[in-house]
Design a protein around this ligand. Structure first.
Ligand code: SAM
Ligand code: 2KA
Ligand code: SF4
Ligand code: MG
Length: 235
């Protein structure tokens, strides 16, 4: 059994959400059932990049994580694409046996048994600006599958007022999931430098909007890796 892997990189810091700032190695799965208009990881989504995705066994994946982390247990972040398309249970089993922890980022469209083995399940339902429509039954299935995990959280990207209102409604569906909001990055081309002022302005708008609204449920965070490295890949 092999998995399609777009990239394995690190150690770096987790740039988003509940584990922001935590040292981590990323495993980025190839393939996604969504096509978000603003996706910052299209090299792991679109089939025109499929030839760059390596078919790797769980042993090969684990060897690379061990090499990058120098055998020192840390949190491994499984992202993509949608990693839930594939079976990461064997990779997680290897890592746990060696004392590593696991987080997974997924949009919540496909529930997997292995969510139960995670330390952190990050569910990131997509707001209207993405052009995708959330299947809430499927999402609820992911929440249930992740119940045995140490923690499950919700992370929503907000580009505009419509997304903001949508995020409030999404939180109302799952008030028990700790909520993280991050402003959307409108410029995701790896060859175009990010406009840090524009990023800061969107973060300011999102913060001001929530505070003026008296909505104190979410934690509001920038994408730390974008502040440091812009749209560079593999960081
Ligand atoms: C690239 S996705 C991969 C995992 C999974 N497919 C998902 O969307 O949750 C990882 C995270 O990056 C976020 N993201 C993608 N493009 C973004 C952008 N342009 N600005 C801000 N966050 C973005 C997604 O919403 C998700 O929370
Ligand atoms: N440093 C860093 N943090 C991240 N958090 C979520 C990421 C992702 O693309 O899933 C990501 C990423 O690509 N790099
Ligand atoms: S679900 Fe995630 S990986 Fe897939 S297109 Fe949307 S942001 Fe990109
Ligand atoms: Mg990313």
């Amino acid at each position: 059994m092999t998995l399609r892997i777009a990239e394995i990189f690190g150690p770096t810091i987790q740039g988003e959400g509940a584990l922001i700032g935590e040292p981590t190695v990323f495993i980025r799965a190839g393939g996604c059932d969504y096509r978000c208009s603003w996706c910052d990881s299209l090299h792991a989504v679109e089939s025109r990049y499929r030839h760059t995705w390596a078919p790797l066994s769980d042993v090969e994946i684990w060897d690379e994580v061990l090499r990058l982390s120098n055998g020192q247990p840390l949190t491994v972040s499984i992202s993509g694409g949608n990693p839930a398309i594939q079976d990461f249970a064997p990779v997680i089993a290897r890592g746990r046996a060696a004392g590593y922890r696991f987080a997974c980022e997924t949009q919540g469209s496909l529930a997997r048994d292995w969510f139960a083995e995670l330390d952190t399940l990050v569910l990131s339902p997509k707001p209207p600006s993405s052009g995708e429509t959330v299947d809430w039954d499927a999402f609820d299935g992911c929440v249930s599958a992740g119940k045995p995990a140490r923690q499950s959280v919700m992370k929503i990207v907000v580009f505009d007022e419509t997304d903001y209102q949508w995020a409030k409604a999404a939180h109302a569906r799952h008030p028990d999931l700790p909520l993280y909001l991050q402003p959307g990055n409108a410029e995701v081309d790896p060859d175009t430098p990010v406009d840090l002022r524009a990023l800061a302005a969107r973060l300011e708008w999102l913060t001001d909007t929530a505070m003026a609204d008296g909505w104190f449920a979410p934690r509001i965070l920038p994408q730390l890796h974008v502040l440091i490295w812009g749209n560079k890949r593999g960081v």
